[in-house]
Design a binder for this molecule. Structure first.
Ligand code: ADP
Ligand code: 5GP
Length: 231
């Protein structure tokens, strides 16, 4: 069976890594695609764990050889998803999780329209700024750049299937897990137990049309207009 592909995108500092790390502990049979990038490792990052860190020449050779499912330039560096992760997931009967930006998400959706996409939003701009500061990874200048970039990325939310507002961490973990499991349940077409019905209901609350009513104040805090987007 073809793997279910889950795309997760978010502005930096929204809590994507935190949520994805928890999800990977909770859901079996879900492979994580380790991207290639030309940026330098940060902090405790290890080659082959967070990313494969490669020189620009190697990345461009991989583009030429058609080794990427998608690739994009983000903040001045190349990032790409190798096709082999999808092939390996299929070989093992696993699903695949992609942590990629909005450009990569659009490329994947064109190639694999059935891929499930999730956009993670912070509760508002002030909270995002607070989280970026408390993560203590970036200078004030970088934080400012991330906040400006966040508003641009958030404009793309209408392209996603699910929106997860990462306010209370435990609830967000439950919601992300529910999204992954409910898509598996939908595909299996099995009769749902009461517990499974509850999982599907939790996931459905995050579907874009169902969460739209909660988005307005978040978008306003980033000065993203609801009417300027397809939302
Ligand atoms: P991203 O991967 O999106 O850049 P991180 O996962 O590094 O973001 O999270 C940014 C910071 O916010 C981290 O310090 C993390 O511990 C914290 N954080 C993540 N989710 C929450 C949450 N729901 N409530 C409070 N703090 C959070
Ligand atoms: P960071 O350098 O902070 O880890 O990631 C910067 C951005 O690049 C994030 O939005 C992240 O989702 C995105 N990204 C990471 N890997 C890939 C990838 O393989 N393809 C694309 N298109 N974006 C990626």
């Amino acid at each position: 069976m073809k793997p279910l592909v889950y795309i997760i995108s978010a502005p930096s500092g929204s809590g994507k890594s935190t949520l994805v790390n928890e999800l990977r502990k909770l859901v079996p049979g879900l492979d994580f695609s380790v991207s290639y990038t030309t940026r330098r490792p940060r902090g405790s990052e290890q080659n082959g764990r967070e990313y494969f860190f490669v020189p620009v020449e190697d990345f461009e050779r991989m583009i030429g050889a058609g080794e990427f499912l998608e690739h994009a330039c983000v903040f001045g560096n190349y990032y790409g998803t190798a096709k082999r992760f999808l092939q390996d997931a299929e070989k093992h009967g696993h699903d695949l999780l992609l942590d990629i930006d909005v450009q990569g998400a659009a490329q994947i959706k064109r190639q694999l329209p059935e891929a499930v996409s999730v956009f993670i939003l912070p509760p508002d701009k002030q909270t995002l700024e607070w989280r970026l500061r408390h993560r203590s990874q970036d200078s004030q200048e970088v934080i400012h750049k991330r906040l400006v970039a966040a508003a641009k990325e958030i404009e793309n939310y209408p392209e996603y299937d699910y929106i997860l507002i990462n306010d209370r961490l435990e609830q967000s973990i439950d919601e992300l897990k529910a999204i992954v499991l409910s898509e598996r349940l939908r595909r299996s077409q099995a009769r749902l137990s009461p517990a499974e019905t509850e999982i599907v209901a939790t996931a459905e609350r995050c579907l874009l049309p169902n969460i739209r009513g909660r988005l307005q104040p978040i978008l306003a805090s980033f000065a993203v207009s609801v009417t300027s987007t397809r939302g």
